[in-house]
Design a protein around this ligand. Structure first.
Ligand SMILES: Nc1ncnc2c1ncn2[C@@H]1O[C@H](COP(=O)(O)OP(=O)(O)O)[C@@H](O)[C@H]1O
Ligand SMILES: [Mg+2]
Length: 439
């Protein structure tokens, strides 16, 4: 839809510019035609005035009419008739008179000889504000108009012409080509953006999966405690046996038991060391973080899940929310874990009923974030144990997400709690202090 709108706007803009340019060219051409017309008519009218001066009763009418077909006839005049130089005679004709002779001139014949006339919608020659001849339709509403006085002394007419745009002569093919070009450009640009976005998401996901694996190891440590049970039990039984043998004064067998116990203890120690090195010393990279940006990244990261579950994401983070000095990747992971649980809790909802909302308030001490959803909320047991490693109610769940989340929040010197909101779903409230780095 957006692509269509952009294409339409581009077509309108380029089409408008092309049409404007074409109309300007038409107007320019007609202006040139008008100037030619004006000059041609001036020349012809001056010829009348010359003929009038030179004509005598003996001149040959056939020869004159052959050269000037617009001169219909002439006649000698008496003194009283010669008062006005010009006398309209109806039907686009007029008498042009000198003291002795009058010429009857037909403007129809005069004008129709000029090819430029065809290019105008209307042409008229006015004398004393009344048209002597009018060619073409009504001109008052025409788009383009030209007026110019003729300089002939005896025939001081005004030439008026008007024109209308010739729509068939617009560059339609060019317009079509430009629309097609824009369609191709918009298509390729949008494809490019789509691919770039998909590439970004893929990179983010890869990065995130790596991080999740690393952090999950922290929680798996809890599972490792289970593994330590076995060597601890062994050590216990070696020591108990050694004590028994001591009581029975059978000292020669004791060193072997103690050696076995030492081997088990060393194994435990190296196991623990290995895990400690991997987990505990991951340094925090403190950075100034804009929570709105992190939230956008999280929703981008979960785009597929949000889209497939038709989940509405409601961002109520205030624009004035201050930045936080913290570890951005961890915050991202914390929000990710909470949001994915909220989406999973609503996966059986009908389309349009799932939502996840975030809002925040800032105090002097820090920022409080609240993430709520439209799911069923947590069961009584889940409310108690949600942050315990391996607690899950989902068949495919691991039960590590919330435990990891709590660990990360605590390592950032923050806090997390969960409650149900009547009529809605779960609500996770997180608090991150401003002075965490100094803590
Ligand atoms: N938004 C929520 N709505 C309902 N239950 C939730 C929500 N978040 C977490 N839970 C409960 O907490 C359990 C533990 O969550 P988590 O640690 O992410 O493990 P899991 O891998 O099972 O999702 C979930 O199985 C679920 O029962
Ligand atoms: Mg989870």
């Amino acid at each position: 839809m957006l692509r269509l709108c952009i294409w339409l706007v581009l077509c309108l803009l380029s089409g408008g510019a092309l049409i404007f340019h074409a109309l300007q060219q038409q107007h320019e051409q007609l202006s040139i035609d008008f100037r030619i017309l004006h000059r041609e008519i001036t020349v012809k009218l001056s010829q009348h005035e010359t003929i009038l001066a030179l004509l005598s009763i003996n001149s040959d009418p056939a020869a004159i009419q052959q050269q000037f077909p617009q001169i219909l006839t002439w006649k000698p005049l008496t003194r009283t008739e010669a008062e006005h130089a010009l006398l309209p005679a109806g039907q686009a004709t007029y008498w042009l008179r000198s003291q002795h002779v009058g010429l009857l001139i037909d403007l129809n014949k005069l004008l129709l000889e000029l090819p430029q006339i065809q290019n105008f919608h209307h042409v008229s020659l006015n004398w004393q504000n009344t048209p002597l001849i009018e060619l073409g339709g009504a001109w008052q509403t025409d788009y383009w108009q030209w007026h110019k006085k003729l300089t002939n002394t005896l025939q001081p007419f005004e030439l008026v012409a008007s024109g209308i745009p010739n729509w068939t002569r617009l560059p339609w093919l060019l317009l079509l080509l430009s629309a097609l070009t824009w369609a191709v450009i918009v298509y390729f640009v949008s494809q490019y953006h789509l691919h770039k976005r998909q590439r970004n998401i893929a990179v983010l996901r890869e990065h995130f999966a790596e991080l999740t694996r690393l952090n999950a190891m922290g929680e798996i440590t809890t599972g490792i405690v289970h593994e330590l049970n076995q060597p601890l039990t062994a050590i216990l039984s070696y020591n108990q046996a050694a004590l028994r043998l001591l009581d029975q004064q059978q000292l020669d067998q004791i060193p072997a038991l103690l050696d076995a116990a030492v081997i088990q203890i060393k194994r435990i120690s190296s196991l623990l060391l290995q895990f400690r090195q991997k987990l505990a010393h991951q340094p925090i990279e403190w950075q100034t973080v804009n929570l709105t940006k992190i939230w956008q990244r999280v929703t981008l990261l979960l785009e597929n899940e949000i889209h497939n579950g038709k989940v509405k994401i409601i961002n109520r983070l205030p624009e004035t929310l201050p930045n936080l000095l913290t570890e951005p990747v961890w915050i991202e992971q914390i929000l990710h874990n909470i949001v994915i649980n909220a989406i999973q809790a609503q996966q059986h909802h009908l389309a349009g009923y799932s939502w996840v909302a975030i809002d925040a308030t800032a105090s002097e001490q820090g920022i409080t974030l609240r993430i709520t959803d439209g799911g069923p909320g947590l069961s009584e047991q889940a409310l108690q144990q949600v942050f315990m490693p391996f607690f899950t109610t989902r068949s495919e769940g691991l039960g590590l997400g919330m435990a990891l989340t709590e660990t990360l929040v605590q390592r950032l010197y923050g806090s997390i709690k969960v409650e149900n909101i009547a009529g809605q779903g779960a609500c996770f409230t997180l608090f991150f202090p401003f002075n965490a780095q100094r803590a």
